[in-house]
Design a protein around this ligand. Structure first.
Ligand code: ATP
Ligand code: LTN
Length: 334
């Protein structure tokens, strides 16, 4: 608890470009959470280097992601938005937790197996201990809730296991975090294969709408979206492509799927896809404008980076000192 509020932590990697799925499914729904939770949103650049990165690109993308958080409406005065690498406590706690994590449990992680297969030439120890750093991210702030997608549930489970194991030995040191299942945002599917989720690592650029896509690209991608030959605009599992477009349209304009079905009853796919394109443009164009404005205000963003890293460091140090004392590291001489 911080100031009588539960703590919420989430992290996003600055690898790949964020998609409309990330926005409608996550970011958009995060902006009001600070009323109820003390929120930490980290750009987890230390996780990114488990896969080889071009330094200039990583630096640029990390800043772009942080800017996007703010442009999307996360108020940096009310949410702690910061770079993981600016708070050394993440690495320090990760080392300690490494000594409380078993090789066996790490080898069962499906993300490790997937990434090891994908990057067979660089199966480094960081890739293997990735979940331990993630556990450190979460436990460092005595986090109560973690909004994550289903693919990250296994990492949240191991975080809980590590925390419980540690608490079992040393007493109640860590808060045991839970997955945050809030008002769930729309699940947005790939425009090219609507049975798969829209994902920033999809190699087909037409499958995803990226948050920084220009309006023409957005319109074109919507026009090319895979549908079916039924010719009806219905929110039904039998028509996953059309259903997905309805989800996108309704999430962008804050309408219900039923309203959208009524609005387009008897109309053709061509017309509907055009309307979807316009709806997405109406959301992303202002977002992009805010990004560009923020990019111009270098000192404002720099100030946020500095202040929030200090704020995060304060809370991180509190937990870290407690952990160090519990495991028997000598006291510092002041
Ligand atoms: P990657 O392709 O690198 O796995 P991703 O696009 O699937 O990335 P994550 O970084 O795993 O995205 O997820 C960040 C957040 O965005 C999570 O909260 C996740 O639930 C949400 N999210 C990601 N994709 C979608 C989607 N298609 N629809 C709704 N929410 C999504
Ligand atoms: N592994 C997550 C990103 C991530 C994270 C976290 C999410 C790193 N640390 C802590 C929640 C809490 C991912 O790839 N989506």
């Amino acid at each position: 608890m911080i100031d009588n509020k539960k703590v919420l932590f989430s992290g996003m990697q600055a690898t790949g470009n964020l998609t409309l799925g990330n926005y409608l499914g996550a970011l958009k729904n995060w902006v009001t959470l600070h009323d109820e939770y003390e929120c930490f949103y980290s750009v987890v650049d230390m996780h990114s280097i488990t896969v080889r990165q071009d330094p200039a690109v990583l630096r640029k993308r990390a800043r772009a992601l942080l800017t996007l958080y703010i442009a999307a409406g996360l108020d940096p005065e009310k949410n702690c938005i910061y770079y993981q690498s600016h708070v050394s406590g993440h690495a320090e706690l990760a080392w300690i937790l490494n000594c409380f994590t078993y090789m066996g449990e790490l080898s069962r992680m499906t993300q490790f197996k997937d990434k090891a297969a994908k990057h067979a030439d660089n199966i480094n120890a960081g890739l293997f201990t990735y979940p331990v750093l993630m556990a450190a991210d979460i436990l460092l702030y005595q986090t109560d809730v973690v909004p994550v997608g289903i693919d990250q549930m296994q990492h949240l489970e191991i975080t809980r296991d590590i925390a419980q194991r540690f608490n079992g030995i040393y007493g109640d040191v860590f808060t045991i975090p839970e997955a945050y299942i809030g008002k769930t945002g729309a699940k947005i599917m790939s425009l090219q294969d609507p049975t798969k989720k829209m994902s920033k690592s999809d190699e087909n650029v037409n499958a995803s709408i990226y948050l920084m896509d220009d309006p023409d690209a957005i319109r074109r991608k919507c026009k090319r979206a895979v549908t079916d030959s039924l010719g009806e605009i219905r929110y039904s599992d039998e028509q996953p492509g059309v259903k997905n477009l309805i989800s996108i349209y309704s999430a962008c304009l804050n309408k219900t799927p039923e309203e959208v079905e009524r609005e387009f009853a008897g109309r053709g796919y061509g017309e509907f896809k055009e309307a979807v394109g316009e709806a997405v443009v109406s959301v992303l164009e202002p977002l992009q404008k805010r990004v560009h404005e923020l990019e111009k205000d270098k000192s404002y963003i720099d100030g946020i980076i500095k202040n929030n890293a200090e704020k995060a460091t304060y809370y991180a140090q509190k937990t870290l000192r407690k952990v160090q004392r519990k495991i028997g590291f000598p006291d510092r001489i002041r």
